[in-house]
Write a protein that binds this ligand. Structure first.
Ligand code: FAD
Ligand code: NAP
Length: 338
């Protein structure tokens, strides 16, 4: 099947940071079969990068290989007793899928409303927000193996999901191109309002018995209030992961910093709020050149107007260094750096 290779394409509109870098080659995939053609043409023997919505990527230099932009569309639902299996193509917009489910009364995606990006990227970092993670609803995905030139099916346990991580972001990073994802949902709602500001916002709206639509609307409203809109201020959401440390290390920190924000995790581990750590190092709202730290959430780095990827990256290094000096905790970048 035909593939169209475009040359010297600006990546500015393909990454939510709005970084101006050039891709030497750019291929848009609208049908999974085109991946076979690309394989036969030897494209995957060269440098390539699979691109969805570019909302978790920072370009720090021109991309000299092939950008493989995934734009495969389609959503299908199948009902089996009380389970609903939704299969969505990788190029579908995640938030469109969330609203497709809400409009059809399928439960499970509502707490993840308004996360930017595509369906194909959703398993890569096991996206999550407001107490739900993708791994809770992920059934399987189809992915093209760029080494072997075949399509493979990954079930939930194959993906080695963990906090903001999966096999596609760790040991097999870059190898597989996800073409479709199947989610297993429920027709019986199990509303989750315990996280962050959800219950407070429901109270403000006098909602005592929320539906999944209420949850999605409330989550979307909180997000719009708290996060910069990438269409006006370039960003990639949380730049860092929340660090997970041992109980022992936490107890030492708690003695030194009694107000430290923390959450219990399985296996005696503790999750720290990275935003709080950064704030304590007085980075919130600070700007260096064209790169800045968002005034309402210190986890989010922003492109003031015309930042280079390197300016953002250097700012992130300074923050990692300061947090390490103060708390002896090493922040990890969540955003993929290229
Ligand atoms: P891209 O940025 O294009 O790619 C991300 C990674 O996935 C890259 O390594 C890429 O190679 C790989 N990839 C992309 N598509 C495929 C594919 N089809 N097959 C294989 N690999 C692929 N994330 C959260 O988890 N929770 C949040 O609440 C959240 N909020 C955000 C808020 C804002 C304002 C922004 C800008 C970002 C936020 N993010 C959040 C991060 C981002 O939205 C997610 O990581 C999202 O899943 C990225 O999707 P994408 O299509 O833009 O991926
Ligand atoms: P928040 O509500 O101010 O909370 C700060 C941090 O505390 C969050 O990172 C969250 O961890 C954690 N948290 C809050 N309530 C919790 C609870 N009941 N149990 C366990 N952990 C709790 O956070 P926010 O910045 O406004 O973000 C809200 C949600 O959207 C979070 O889930 C966040 O992950 C998600 N989000 C993600 C991105 C991204 O790019 N990855 C960007 C924006 C928002 P978790 O992050 O582990 O959930």
């Amino acid at each position: 099947m035909h593939i169209n290779i475009q040359s010297a394409i600006s990546l500015k509109k393909y990454n939510t940071f709005g970084i101006e870098e050039i891709a030497t080659n750019f291929i848009e995939i609208t049908d999974p079969i085109q991946l076979l053609s690309a394989f036969e043409a030897g494209i995957f023997e060269k440098d390539f990068l699979t691109l969805g919505g570019g909302s978790n990527i920072l370009f720090t230099k021109p991309y000299q290989g092939y950008i493989i932009k995934i734009n495969i569309k389609g959503i299908q639902a199948t009902t089996l007793k009380q389970d609903i299996f939704i299969t969505a193509s990788a190029g579908e917009i995640w938030n469109d899928l969330v609203w497709y489910c809400i409009n059809n009364n399928y439960n499970g995606l509502e707490n993840m409303a308004l996360i930017p990006g595509t369906v194909g990227a959703s398993p890569v970092q096991n996206i999550g927000a407001y107490g739900t993670e993708l791994m809770n609803i992920f059934y399987s995905c189809v992915a093209f193996d760029t080494l072997e030139g075949v399509f493979r099916i990954f079930h939930n346990e194959d993906c080695k999901f963990s906090y903001r991580d999966s096999i596609f972001k760790s040991e097999q990073k870059g190898r597989y191109i996800i073409t479709e994802v199947t989610y297993k949902l429920d027709t019986l709602p199990s509303i989750n309002t315990t996280y962050g500001a959800i219950s407070k916002e429901l109270e403000n709206r006098n909602i005592t018995n929320p539906t999944i639509r209420d949850i999605a609307e409330v989550v979307s409203a909180i997000r719009v209030e708290k996060l910069p809109d990438p269409s006006t201020i370039g960003n990639a959401g949380s730049f860092f992961k929340n660090p997970i440390i041992s109980l022992e290390q936490y107890n030492k920190l708690k003695e030194l910093f009694p107000n430290i924000i923390s959450f219990n995790m399985p296996n005696n581990q503790i999750k720290l709020a990275a935003g709080w750590l950064i704030e304590q190092c007085e980075w919130k709202g600070k700007v260096i050149g064209q790169a800045g730290v968002w005034k309402n959430q210190a986890l989010v780095l922003i492109n003031i107007h015309s930042a280079t990827g390197n300016e953002i990256f250097e700012l992130s290094s300074k923050i990692i260094n300061d947090v390490y000096q103060k708390f002896n905790v090493k922040l990890e970048r969540e955003v993929n750096i290229f």
